[in-house]
Design a protein around this ligand. Structure first.
Ligand code: THU
Length: 163
């Protein structure tokens, strides 16, 4: 007989940004600022990411679009690739993301796309330490996840390659 399994993920929901620790609010604000660096003339959807490394450095990313649409890249991957180039062996502690329509003052709920989940999962596996994630939720709430694994149940990773 087949069995049905329930998979659980953990998300901590903060009602608003004032409930965040000083450090987490700082990083979220960095992501908000990074969204102003979006190059998004096609979607007009500005996304910012900010990564906090173990050594205290903060690395920004923003979405970079292209007339050949699939050639563009999301904010999360821009940030994480940049961190990996600048500090290849530094532990990534937390990544914050924020998004808003061009010209708006209000940030809206954002959750990373599947490709970004896969990429963040790769670096989490590489460093063998969880990467926390802070994201804007609905109605000014903030979500915090303690691991990228919570965003990608049944992940594909190097073990799957069986090399
Ligand atoms: N985008 C991101 O940068 N991050 C996400 O998590 C979702 C989507 C970008 C890609 C594209 O430039 C625009 O938002 C619209 O999809």
């Amino acid at each position: 007989m087949p069995k049905t399994h329930q998979l659980q993920i953990q998300i901590t929901v903060f009602e608003n940004e004032n409930e965040l620790s000083k450090q987490d609010l700082f990083l979220l604000n960095e992501a908000r600022k990074a969204s102003e660096r979006a190059y998004a003339p096609y979607s007009n959807f500005w996304v910012g990411a900010a990564i906090e490394l173990q050594n205290g450095e903060v690395i920004w990313g923003s979405n970079q679009e292209n007339a050949a649409y699939p050639s563009g890249l999301c904010a999360e991957r821009t940030a994480i690739f940049s961190a990996s180039v600048r500090f290849p062996n530094e532990i990534i502690k937390t990544i914050a993301i924020a998004a808003k329509p061009k010209g708006s003052n209000d940030f809206i709920a954002i959750s990373p796309c599947g490709s970004c989940r896969q990429v963040m999962s790769e670096y989490e596996n590489k460093q063998e330490k969880p990467i926390r994630m802070i994201m804007e939720g609905a109605d000014k709430s903030i979500y915090i996840l303690t691991s990228i694994a919570d965003l990608l149940p049944l992940k594909f990773a190097k073990e799957s390659l069986n090399l």
